[in-house]
Design a protein around this ligand. Structure first.
Ligand SMILES: Nc1ncnc2c1ncn2[C@@H]1O[C@H](COP(=O)(O)OP(=O)(O)OP(=O)(O)O)[C@@H](O)[C@H]1O
Ligand SMILES: [Mg+2]
Length: 378
């Protein structure tokens, strides 16, 4: 069996771990976006710088051409130009060339920087997009865990309870079948074997001493009547037909009447509220519980007086059963290894199954009180 508490813990931890990573992903998305804006600004700046440098290079190239022409001119016509002039032209051309080399170098560096910035810009955009995607995917996962799995342990718990309940229902059914088989075996089956023997005896008497047959037939008739009664009682215990035909109040009234006559125990039955019909499972449950309580009183309590109160109100049935018998210790009473002692357990299970509740109070020498209620609207 899965340990439900462990499962619950795992789900909660998973949810909190995912929530934490969701926060981290948010942070990544946010910083990627900020970084993206900064890089974009830098890139603009570098592009402007490049444009400026290109302009400067163009200008300088023009100046360089002019300087070179000047140099050619002063060299060719050295009668018109002094040595000073030649030197100045030479130095000017050289200076311009140096500047040009510097500027070209600067342009190269700026282009390299631009390419690099463009690449980071593309990467940052991808990161931000992917982080946003992840955030929404994680959101979906969280929703699933939060809504669909949070109730899982509860569902598993319910399932476990239902399984246990199913098992005890099967066990109760088997017990019931054993009990019915025993009753038929001890009662009607034996009487009938007896009847067959008596009938054979009558046949023989008819030949040997016909005068005795009448008396014998009368006792045979009584025997048949007795076993018919036994069979009726077994059928009544199995499924009181009045319950199906007339409902809870008449079925309980009839059962209590029979019980009083048969066992000589005084039962005071109080029925409150206007009689109405309920789900079969509910009517059978209430009937069976009262039946089991009365059987326990007959078997164990040695009581002279029993009070049963049955109250029907709008939303539920309240039942109270009290005897003045010997009572028992609830704490130490447990089902026995011979398969008996499931009466009280069965009562409780039936009530639980119908979402009601039961309390038993009893103590040796103090009698026993059982009260339970079952909701009528589910
Ligand atoms: N009204 C009562 N008065 C005194 N003792 C009781 C009463 N009801 C139950 N008990 C005690 O509680 C025990 C458990 O009752 P429960 O109905 O569960 O089992 P059981 O009657 O012994 O067997 P089963 O009902 O399975 O045939 C009984 O054996 C008896 O000792
Ligand atoms: Mg019992």
């Amino acid at each position: 069996m899965v340990d439900i508490k462990v499962l619950d813990k795992i789900i909660k931890e998973t949810i909190s771990a995912i929530e934490k990573s969701q926060e981290q992903i948010y942070a990544i998305a946010e910083s990627a976006t900020i970084e993206y804006q900064n890089v974009k600004k830098d890139l603009e700046k570098v592009k402007n710088q490049i444009a400026k440098v290109i302009k400067e290079v163009d200008l300088l190239q023009l100046e360089e051409r002019k300087a070179r022409l000047r140099l050619v001119e002063v060299r060719r016509d050295f009668r018109r130009f002094s040595e000073e002039d030649i030197k100045a032209a030479y130095e000017n051309a050289q200076l311009i060339q140096i500047n040009l080399v510097k500027l070209r170098e600067e342009e190269k560096t700026l282009r390299f920087k631009r390419d690099h910035l463009e690449l980071s810009l593309r990467r940052l955009k991808e990161t931000a997009q992917r982080a946003e995607q992840l955030v929404s995917q994680v959101g979906v996962a969280l929703q699933f865990l939060g809504h669909d799995l949070n109730g899982l342990s509860e569902k598993l718990g319910d399932l476990h309870d239902m399984q246990q309940l199913g098992l005890s229902i099967i066990r109760a059914q088997e017990e019931e079948r054993k009990r019915v088989a025993r009753e038929i075996h001890d009662g009607p089956a034996q009487s009938m074997a007896n009847i067959v023997m008596r009938a054979e005896f009558c046949l023989k008497l008819l030949e040997m001493n016909p005068g005795m047959v009448k008396g014998e037939l009368i006792s045979l008739q009584q025997l048949v009547r007795q076993s018919l009664n036994d069979v009726r009682k077994i059928i009544f215990d199995l499924r009181p037909m009045v319950l199906d035909d007339l409902g809870l109040f008449p079925a309980i009234k009839r059962y209590v009447e029979e019980y009083k006559n048969q066992f000589n125990i005084n039962v005071e039955l109080v029925l409150l509220g206007s009689e109405r019909r309920f789900e079969t499972s509910l009517e059978v449950a209430v009937f069976r519980i009262i039946q089991e309580a009365l059987t326990n009183i007959r078997k164990h309590a040695k009581a002279q007086h029993v009070v049963i109160k049955l109250e029907l109100i709008t939303t539920r049935i309240n039942v109270y059963i009290k005897d003045n018998g010997c009572g028992f210790d609830i704490e130490t009473t447990k089902p026995k290894s011979d398969g008996s002692g499931y009466g009280l357990v069965g009562m409780r299970e039936r009530i639980q199954l119908l979402k009601g509740a039961m309390t038993i109070s009893s103590a040796p020498g103090k009698g026993t009180e059982i009260s339970f209620w079952i909701p009528t609207d589910n």
